[in-house]
Design a protein around this ligand. Structure first.
Ligand code: HEM
Length: 467
């Protein structure tokens, strides 16, 4: 027999939705305190969903046959940003096919080729900072990660079209840049054109402008019969379905938009958090610099990638405030049993990344930033899951980790930075992600050169835990 939904919020009150929009992490923590590791959230205008923060339960959801669960159908909230044909909204065979097409450029040798480019872009952006002047780390990181994803998707990051795309994408995403502005994704009545200044009109306009630029790029590529490049757009243009049909322009644009949106904001936010923790905690910075200096001048990007302490700092950054606090909903197609409890088909099951990452049995003193925990212990993919898991695991997880490590290494080895003030930085909703509220204001205090680097680096414990 299918049991009723687990305990949790009692009504679909507006108030619950407002609390969820305003402070999702506090909302999740309050639910876990009151109801434990499985509870239901009911929000006005949305189907109820079940939050699960038990690793065994999460394993039962994420490791089963993909055919038993849907997910894309529950991602409607991102439809206005990425369009109907986005990978995020697909299910079943169509999702599987599209994922298979998009996966290779983000992994293996193809990924390694991005290493040098990431270092060069980081250096280019950092070289524009002037000593004594402050800058917002999140925006600077967004400059870097946007260039990287444009390179991956189009194989270009310079030129007029790129110069136009960059501010448009940033401006569109800024329309959900705070809890208040994120409301546009949650309230249907805001998703209407209420006039020239309404957020919806502006979102639609920006999106149209971006789509026009993407269409221009597609037209140019179709007209140009030269050998296609290694970038994702070239691959998508060549792809054929089982009937030999190519992807339509609408499909191409939605998929490009998906990668541009999902593929740069998240990583930029993760980097902003990393800069925050590294400069808030001098002992972390010290240890990291020692490790980076041990590689000598101009190290190979793959040697940087394998550094154990740098890896642990990145892992801890994504643990303490996971950028995406809950994985995509999984909806069983048939009744399923999770942790001995039956759930009806269509129940929205949410693996809660944030709550698992703060389980005291796994992460003692979980509110403290301690990279060492990842050197001392190996976590299972259901205990540590900043990129989700199973058949919808983040497509860009390898690229994101490579970027985080190379950007940090390039900038920290060459520049001395400090937090611009002592104001506490708090996690805040930014669309569907969690970002530092201030964006992390930093200041360039000087440059590092050979002489300022440690001569005899102390060894760091070696058992790296690569996620
Ligand atoms: C630190 C950076 C990032 C974080 C924390 C992150 C996190 C996530 C999470 C939690 C999911 C949902 C997985 C699930 O429900 O199991 C996801 C999905 C996805 N991510 Fe990322 N992501 C990051 C960077 C990227 C990058 C660089 C790309 C660029 C390719 C990307 C593209 C995607 C796509 C396309 C999906 C949907 C996959 C599908 O539906 O099959 N992400 N990401």
């Amino acid at each position: 027999m299918v049991s009723k939904l687990p305990d949790g919020s009692e009504s679909f009150a507006w108030w619950e939705l407002i609390k969820w929009i305003a402070d999702p992490l506090a909302y999740l923590e309050a639910g876990a305190r009151r109801y434990g590791e499985v509870f239901t959230i009911k929000l006005r205008g949305f189907a109820p969903f079940v939050i699960i923060s038990n690793p065994q339960g999460i394993q039962e959801i994420l490791s089963v046959d993909a055919k038993l669960f849907d997910s894309g159908s529950a991602n409607n909230i991102v439809r206005p940003l990425v369009g109907d044909n986005s990978l995020l909204l697909l299910d079943g065979d169509r999702h599987k096919r599209q994922r298979k097409l998009l996966m290779p450029p983000f992994h293996g040798e193809r990924l390694q080729a991005y290493g040098q480019i990431i270092c060069e872009i980081s250096e280019k952006v950092a070289s524009q900072w002037t000593e004594g002047n402050s800058f917002i780390a999140r925006s600077a990181m967004q400059d870097i990660t946007l260039e990287v994803i444009l390179q991956a998707v189009f194989g270009l990051y310079e030129g007029e079209r790129y110069q136009q795309l960059k501010p448009l994408l940033a401006a569109m995403l800024d329309l959900t840049g705070s809890p208040l502005r994120s409301s546009i994704l949650f309230f249907k009545f805001l998703q209407r054109d209420w006039g020239a200044w309404s957020p919806w009109r502006r979102m639609e306009q920006r999106k149209q402008e971006i789509y026009d630029l993407l269409q221009a790029e597609i037209d140019e590529r179709r007209a140009d019969r030269e050998i296609p490049g290694n970038d994702i757009l070239s691959l998508m243009l060549l792809a054929r379905d089982e009937n030999g049909e190519p992807m339509s322009d609408e499909e191409l644009k939605d998929e490009m938009m998906t990668l541009l949106v999902a593929g740069h904001e998240t990583t930029a936010t993760a980097l902003a958090w990393a800069f925050y923790w590294i400069h808030k905690l001098p002992e972390v910075r010290e240890k990291l610099l020692q490790e980076l200096d041990s590689l000598g001048e101009n190290p190979d990007p793959m040697a940087i990638y394998q550094l154990p302490y740098l890896s642990a700092v990145c892992q801890e950054t994504l643990r303490i405030y996971p950028i995406v606090p809950i994985a995509f909903f999984r909806l069983p197609r048939k009744p399923v049993e999770i942790m001995g409890r039956s759930f009806a088909p269509g129940t929205m099951l949410a693996s809660c990344i944030y709550l698992v990452h703060h389980r005291e049995d796994l992460y003692p003193q979980s509110k403290q930033f301690k990279p060492e925990r990842f050197l001392e212990r190996q976590y299972s993919p259901y205990e540590y899951l900043p990129f989700g898991g199973g058949n919808r695991r983040c497509l860009g997880y390898a690229l994101a980790q490579l970027e985080m490590k190379l950007v940090l290494a390039t900038i920290l080895s060459r520049y001395q930075l400090a937090l611009a003030d002592n104001k506490p930085v708090k996690p805040q909703r930014r669309g569907l992600t969690i970002a530092p509220d201030s964006g992390v204001r930093m200041v360039l205090t000087g440059k590092r050169d050979r002489a300022t680097r440690a001569i005899e680096p102390k060894p760091v414990k070696k058992e790296a835990v690569a996620q």
